[in-house]
Unconditional design. Structure first.
Length: 104
């Protein structure tokens, strides 16, 4: 059974027909492997205030968790550290690199 590559809703078969009748979901004309609802609702992107990367709002929570993990790593090694005080860019990059290498 073919499913939408974004949301996994059935696009064919009996379940695809049910999804179409109930929710008007069907394969997109632009991309038949994606449903029309996913194509219509493209995710919003925003610039992270910490790392300045463009973040897809669908992964915002995992991105926030990575930043929380960076803070916990810093506090673990430097208990006196406070997020409202100055920290040099080089140190922040060091911890970001640690997180990126472990692919959190």
């Amino acid at each position: 059974m073919k499913k939408c590559k974004s949301c996994n809703v059935p696009l064919e078969g009996i379940l695809g027909k049910v999804a179409n009748k109930l929710f008007k979901v069907e394969p997109s004309k632009d991309d038949p492997d994606t449903c029309n609802k996913c194509v219509e609702t493209k995710p919003r992107k925003y610039k992270c205030q910490i790392c300045e990367r463009m973040i897809d709002e669908r992964v915002a929570l995992s991105h926030a968790k990575a930043e929380e993990y960076i803070i916990s790593l810093i506090k673990k090694e430097h208990p006196e550290w406070h997020k409202n005080k100055e920290t040099c860019q080089e140190c922040l990059e060091y911890y970001r690199k640690l997180v990126k290498e472990t692919e959190i």
